[in-house]
Design a protein around this ligand. Structure first.
Ligand code: GDP
Length: 300
């Protein structure tokens, strides 16, 4: 898992300076808030998120809870921690299952964001928990995508529903709908639909994803986003929210050189919870996302 190295170091340094003070003056608070703001912006956190965050921290840090605290500096750290948990989504949100199986989980995101890899990881984890997942290959855009999903599924020991070989230019909406029907017949209790991505956001991609959503009525639509993409996260997340209206977020490549920006922006910008953190290329590199643990990691 990413350590948020630079961001973490800078916040620690900011708080170390603060701790040398006894009572905090408004100037101390302003100075601290300014440093937090710079550290977040340098970590590629979206500007609107940074503005809201620092405004809330400032207001609380100038208020009574700090004034009356035995250790004002410690209280400010506590406030920053609570506000970080808040922008990361607050409470942990678990995957939601349908009352009547199969539970349908649709994946959406840019090409290369880590959807197919995540599909395999999720299938593996669900199997460990006693489920019988079916992976549906609805990415018919890239010639090799169906094959890639089959490889991932085999490694995960999960079943796949895919169009016949050589018939890869089929209709992804139909494949998705048929996949759900197939799961119902074969008693798979969870269906994971891997959809096509593009290198950038485009209208055709969004329409296709929206059509698959309409045709399969998923219980979860998980938006997979590469945590290393920095400020682009804002536009990509908003486009997918408008286009397919996802229910939750998967942060992938959190093991990479993520500076933390996407992780810290996405939940707050979209109002959708981060449900999983994908932390490597291996099938077991998947963790449920805990906003409080992530905040502690950043402030460690
Ligand atoms: P898709 O196009 O969205 O299906 O993306 P893929 O699942 O094919 O992933 C694109 C690349 O990112 C592949 O080389 C994966 O091995 C790699 N990848 C996916 N998830 C992770 C992750 O959590 N960490 C790292 N380091 N690499 C990942």
């Amino acid at each position: 898992m990413a350590t948020f190295g630079t961001l973490s170091d800078r916040l620690t340094e900011t708080f170390r300076n603060l701790r040398t003070k006894g009572k905090l003056s408004p100037a101390d608070v302003d100075g601290t808030v300014r440093e937090i703001r710079r550290a977040l912006l340098d970590a590629d956190v979206a500007l609107t998120v940074v503005k809201d965050f620092t405004a809330r921290v400032r207001e609380r840090a100038l208020g009574d809870e700090v004034n009356r605290a035995l250790n004002p500096a410690q209280q400010v750290v506590q406030i920053v921690n609570e506000e970080l948990v808040g922008i990361l989504g607050g409470e942990q949100r678990r995957l939601q299952f349908a009352k009547n199986p199969p539970t349908v989980i649709m994946l959406a995101g840019l090409q290369g964001s880590g959807k197919t890899t995540f599909a395999g990881k999720l299938a593996r984890q669900l199997e460990k928990d006693g489920h019988t997942p079916l992976l549906v290959a609805a990415d018919l855009q890239r010639p090799n995508a169906v094959n890639q999903l089959q490889v991932v599924a085999e490694r995960a020991g999960a079943a796949v529903y895919a169009p016949e070989p050589g018939n890869g230019v089929g209709d992804p909406v139909r494949v998705s709908r048929d996949g759900v029907e197939y799961a119902r017949q074969k008693l798979h209790d969870v269906v994971i639909i891997d959809t096509a991505g593009r290198l950038g956001v485009d209208a055709e991609l969004m329409k296709q994803a929206a059509d698959i959503r309409k045709a399969t009525n998923p219980d979860e639509v998980l938006f997979v986003i590469d945590a290393t993409i920095g400020q682009d996260a804002v536009n990509v997340a908003k486009a997918f929210q408008d286009g397919v209206d996802f229910t939750g977020v998967v942060l992938s490549k959190l093991d990479g050189d993520a500076r933390g920006g996407a992780a810290l922006s996405v939940a707050s910008l979209t109002g959708r919870p981060i449900i999983f953190a994908s932390t490597g290329e291996g099938l077991d590199d998947l963790e449920p996302f805990h906003p409080d643990r992530m905040a502690s990691r950043i402030l460690d």
